[in-house]
Ligand binder design. Sequence first.
Ligand code: DCP
Ligand code: MG
Ligand code: MN
Length: 338
Amino acid sequence: YKHDGEGEHQNPNERTIQVLSEMQKYYEMIDDHWRSLSYRKAITILKKQTTKIVFAEEAVRLPCIGERLAQKIEEIVFTNHLKRLDYAKLEPGDALLKLFLGVYGAGTTQAQRWISAGHKTLEDLLKKAKLTENQRIGVEHYDDFNTRIPRAEVQRHGDVVIKTALEIDSKLQLDIMGSFRRGAKDCGDIDIIITKRGATNVELKGILDELLKRLFAIDFLQWTLATSHRDDSGSKWHGASRIEPGARWRRLDFLLVPWKERGAALIYFTGNDIFNRSLRLLASKKGYRLNQRGLYKDVMRGANRVKVTEGTLVEGESEEKIFEILGVPYRPPEHRIC
Ligand code: DCP
Ligand code: MG
Ligand code: MN
């Protein structure tokens, strides 16, 4: 790793220390003394280091640095940034912005627009704002979509989907992905990958349509938020499901992938998002390109590194092989948390 523009007097962990200090100040501000203190300790330790701490595995071996902080250090090194800090900066001043950002599908622009229009509560949005159908669902199910789903319930949703899918075609392969595959105790949503040995895009599209039809018919699926198909690849569906009448609506995502892309899709859909970003960065440093369809080489790039050609597919089918080609030891899903 290059230490951009650093003189020898500077600590190789300068940037990491800078970002961690911002986080520490934030915790101090909200009177979270315990976290503030652990950040302070970590900063002290980092200041004493003479080499750059890049990976969580290195960081965790240092005194006073636990698993979570170690992962944050890796996140800073790979992304030059800390995701958690974005949320922190919204607190406590922008409570309203935060509230509106919690509406499914609403970004900063939309949230700002509602604020400018003078809306102050979710009820204001329902009564006074002109909402799209999806936004209305997002507001009506605000609590549902912002409540973590216990792991056991994720499993139950998965079981319904898997059972129904296998009734359509017993050769389908389904796995619950995302934070669930990483072993999380609770999840933000339910992510399911669907594939089948040798299946074509057209066949997969047909399977998705049939699956949706059946899952709506048994009153498990409640709403479609977004769906998309690629002629040269798989399909995506985002929506909401409910385990039984009266239960919370939960966010459910399907990803249908051709068998030859399965490995790359497994990596993508396992995440987490920061881990994906660092793996893609690593790939591009080694002259490859990694996306959710595969690992490519000889990608031609023009000015500003704009991609000109897709390049040659090196590997898409096997998760393990992609790690191997990139020269990184296979990381089990539970360790892909950044
Ligand atoms: N993903 C990604 N980049 C994004 C969004 C998603 O790489 N911008 C990948 C990594 C995620 C996976 O897709 O792990 C699933 O996306 P989710 O948003 O469902 O995230 P998680 O399942 O990891 O967490 P949560 O428990 O919040 O759903
Ligand atoms: Mg998820
Ligand atoms: Mn998801």
